[in-house]
Design a protein around this ligand. Structure first.
Ligand SMILES: Nc1ncnc2c1ncn2[C@@H]1O[C@H](COP(=O)(O)OP(=O)(O)O)[C@@H](O)[C@H]1O
Ligand SMILES: [Mg+2]
Length: 209
């Protein structure tokens, strides 16, 4: 394939961070696949193998696409796709869950909740989940069934965005979140945010990792 100048630049950039922003269908996945194969080609002798590469996507579909292209390019350029099974190409949630379950065994007993299951949990336990601790901007308490979607959004923003702790102060959302997290823990559930934040916490704190 004849790459554009910018694509080629990205493919050749082997050291340090690289951010690629481009529209849909412009060749990001292709460049990423080529970039990975380029790392194996150029750094393969310097002890960097498939097991040292982790490629995240957000969806399973995108991961499948990326994996296919990496395999095709490897066969074309390196003559084999042997050993590629050791490379993690998958969703970021899949990687983080794997990390938690491999190094913190207690998570093997946990069930992962998707967004619908999370909402049902909140609706069934509106008090224990912290939902009824919060009010809308005009002072009405959040209600089960009606406001659980909004509450899900609040929970994910507070946990995943880099919220300014000082600005949050003693906002009731703190207490609500603590209740929700205690409910998850009691029922041995992991939701998508807990998977991500749990893995980051483990990477920062756990000596084994
Ligand atoms: N420089 C290029 N020349 C020709 N085709 C290209 C080039 N870059 C990408 N493509 C093709 O364009 C299509 C979209 O690329 P893809 O990597 O899936 O885009 P994105 O991930 O940005 O949505 C693919 O079929 C890919 O092979
Ligand atoms: Mg893509």
């Amino acid at each position: 394939m004849q790459y554009t100048e910018n694509q080629q630049k990205a493919i050749n950039h082997l050291d340090g961070n690289l951010q690629i922003i481009a529209c849909a269908g412009s060749g990001k996945t292709q460049v990423l696949a080529e970039h990975i194969v380029n790392i194996l080609k150029i750094k393969g002798n310097a002890d960097i193998g498939p097991a040292n590469i982790v490629a995240f996507t957000f969806t399973e579909k995108a991961a499948g696409e990326l994996k296919d292209r990496i395999h095709t390019l490897c066969r074309e350029q390196l003559g084999t796709d042997f050993g590629l099974a050791e490379m993690f190409v998958g969703t970021i949630h899949g990687f983080c869950l794997n990390l938690l379950q491999t190094y913190q065994y207690r998570f093997l007993k946990y069930t992962v909740l998707n967004e619908v299951q999370q909402r049902l949990l909140i609706d069934r336990h509106s008090k224990e989940s912290g939902l009824s601790d919060l009010t809308t901007h005009d002072g009405k308490p959040l209600e089960r069934w009606k406001d659980s979607r909004l509450y899900q959004k609040v929970l994910s923003i507070v946990r995943e965005a880099q919220v300014d702790e000082a600005a949050l102060g003693n906002h009731p959302v703190r207490q609500a979140l603590a209740k929700y997290q205690a409910l998850l823990e009691r029922k041995r559930y992991l939701d998508y945010s807990t998977i991500l934040t749990g893995a980051v916490k483990a990477l920062i704190e756990d000596q084994v990792l």
